[in-house]
Each structure stands twice: as C-alpha cells, then as structure tokens.
Design a protein around this ligand. Structure first.
Ligand SMILES: [Zn+2]
Length: 66
C-alpha cells in the first residue's frame, strides 16, 4: 500500500448555504428532484430522538466553532 498513489481530492465538497423559512441557516432537510426542502432545527418537521441527540451534538460543535 502506497499512499503516494492515492488520488487527491481535487475539488472541494459542494457547500450551499441554505435558509429556513424563518431566515435561519438551515442544516436539516433533503433534496428530491429539482426541489430542496431545508429547515433550521427549530422548524425541522422530521425530528426523532436519534436526530435530536445528533442535533444537540452538532449544536455543541457549532457553538464551539463560532
Ligand atoms: Zn426555521
């Protein structure tokens, strides 16, 4: 195994700023067809306990980075 032969990442991952209807940055949602539906956590309609937990972790990381 030689790391030197590994293909390098030539393009940055696509980052699109999405907004919820309330104007907050929307980190939760999905894309279907040509339509994007995105919400901030407060308005995300598909919350589950597992997602709630993940969101709390993400919020903690976000507040640390800010
Ligand atoms: Zn919102």
């Amino acid at each position: 195994m030689r790391d030197i032969e590994r293909q390098t990442l030539t393009r940055a991952p696509t980052l699109i700023a999405r907004k919820c209807g309330c104007g907050d940055w929307a980190g939760f949602g999905f894309t279907k067809g040509d339509r994007d539906d995105w919400w901030c956590w407060k308005h995300y309609p598909y919350k589950t306990s597992a997602r709630l937990e993940a969101a709390e972790i993400a919020a903690t990381l976000d507040s640390r980075a800010a």
